[in-house]
Write a new protein. Structure first.
Length: 455
């Protein structure tokens, strides 16, 4: 297959109203594009809300002024977690001197747009100012309680759930507590004390214990489980357990993820997915995200999901591209998988199984003169038996090869129409893909997926 591109085809085709936008030239190896077959696509937050849940993102105050960051956040999410701004080093860097500036900025942003706020975090060994570690036992106790009380009262009524204690257990098989100033000086009772103080400070906030590597059943999650069970038996106030869910190839989504969420829920607490990110790309990443969302939906006490950032651009693991929007704010296949799993109408805009699809571009190999791209086609909430995807390249790019599809071109040569080779059946929420090679001819702009239609 072969086509010659011409300039200005996007504008000429009147495609500005579609959700997909072409990447910048610099984004040629990073960007992806998504398009939908109807303008009235649902959003993550709206789709989650229909399931009685929130869908949030970790947010950094210093990015709120970036228009694409803010508009993606505001459009897609209905809960936020300050990524760093509520941590001890940010709000009380010197004793009893509180600075809520950056955290307030996030809370105000959220409240003025009807978004919920998760509080993160009150007692944690990390991002702890040096003065705290230097305190003696009784001073540390009063500093911890003062910190919890002051911060929670400042935000009283504005935070739906607080991570009261974060990451208090060791990794590995010991099931033991992690060494920290709190553990080492106050002993095992510090967690209970923190939760009791928190309940008194804001009785209406849900109080969570939050940790990582507790996402499946293992020694660490068993230790947390036993603590929660003990708290419930003794009436220590705890309402929820947060499962951070930072996944990659070394720490994949556990096979018993849903069962693990369920066993905690069965103790009488809510469960929340609090810091979700999954390194990877394309279909594999999308499949993992889908599993996580499906697990949460299958557990009635799983009240919401927060992804740990809006865009790969600012992820704490940016090189692992673990989030739902790429660094150019394009929706990734993982986004489509999440929206579809939430029951969103990503492509059809209709109810009750309207035939719909989404198509998402992912970059693949790149050489000195050319690059490969892949487009993942995902069926909406109903199975489809045929699909048509259009992809625009920018002159003087030329598509030299295609695979896993039957391509044709418009008269300009820049817009490729791809149809299935043979059977175009795709099950509801499932995906198929096709690929192509673009001869750059000096132009490295990311191809743009401009439509996906299904029948
Ligand atoms: O803001 C300063 C900047 O002024 C300075 O120039 C720069 C140079 O080091 O540092 C900047 O602060 C960094 C901050 O993120 C904001 O970007 C800190 O060094 C860096 O340590 C901090 O990392 C955060 C990390 O927690 C700290 O442990 C990550 O953003 C944040 O995503 C991460 O979040 C944690 C959760 O709170 C708990 N669970 C694990 C999760 C991932 O590590």
């Amino acid at each position: 297959m072969f086509a010659v591109g011409t300039a200005g085809i996007l504008a000429a085709a009147g495609l500005a109203t579609l959700s997909a936008t072409s990447g910048t030239a610099a984004g040629a190896t990073k960007a992806s594009g998504t398009t939908e077959s109807a303008a009235a696509a649902s959003t993550l937050g709206a789709a989650a809300a229909e399931k009685g849940r929130y869908f949030g993102a970790a947010v950094a105050a210093n990015h709120l002024g970036e228009s694409q960051y803010a508009s993606t956040l505001n459009t897609e999410f209905n809960s936020v977690t300050p990524e760093n701004e509520m941590k001890w080093d940010a709000v009380e860097s010197s004793r009893n001197s509180f600075n809520f500036g950056a955290a307030d900025q996030i809370v105000n942003h959220a409240q003025s747009r009807g978004m919920k706020v998760r509080g993160h975090t009150l007692v944690w060994h990390s991002q702890l100012p040096g003065w705290v570690s230097g305190l003696g036992t009784s001073d540390l106790r009063s500093a911890m309680n003062n910190h919890i009380t002051t911060v929670m009262q400042h935000y009283k009524g504005k935070i739906h759930s607080w991570d009261v204690v974060n990451e208090a257990y060791q990794d590995g098989n010991s099931g033991a507590r992690r060494s920290s100033p709190f553990q080492d000086k106050l002993g095992n009772g510090f967690i209970e004390e923190a939760f009791r103080t928190a309940r008194a400070a804001d009785p209406n906030a849900k109080l969570c214990y939050n940790d990582y590597n507790t996402d499946g059943q293992n020694a660490k999650s068993n230790a947390v489980y036993n603590m929660v069970k003990d708290f419930k038996a003794r009436g220590v106030p705890i309402d929820c357990v947060g499962f951070q869910s930072h996944f990659n190839s070394n720490s994949p989504v556990p096979s018993d993820y849903q069962q693990n969420l369920q066993r905690f829920a069965d103790l009488g607490v809510d469960v929340q997915i609090t810091e979700l990110d999954i390194e990877g790309s394309g279909t594999a990443q999308a499949d993992n995200y889908r599993r996580v969302v499906q697990a949460c939906l299958a557990v009635s006490r799983c009240t919401g999901i927060t992804v740990w950032g809006v865009t790969d651009k600012y992820s704490w693991r940016a090189s692992g591209t673990p989030l739902l929007f790429d660094s150019n704010y394009n929706k990734k296949p993982a986004y489509n998988a999440v929206l579809t799993a939430l029951g969103g109408t990503s492509g059809g805009g209709g109810e009750g199984g309207t035939k719909a699809c989404t198509a998402t571009y992912s970059p693949a190999e790149r050489w000195g003169d050319r690059f490969n791209g892949k487009v993942t086609v995902t069926a909406g909430s109903a199975a489809i038996s045929d699909w048509t995807v259009t992809v625009a390249t920018r002159s003087p790019q030329r598509i030299s090869t295609t695979w896993n599809g039957t391509a044709s071109w418009d008269s300009s040569g820049s817009v490729m129409t791809m149809k299935p080779s043979g059977n175009g059946t795709v099950a509801a929420g499932a995906s198929t893909s096709f690929g192509f090679t673009v001869m750059a001819n000096g132009e490295w702009a990311t191809p743009t997926v401009t439509s996906c239609t299904a029948s």
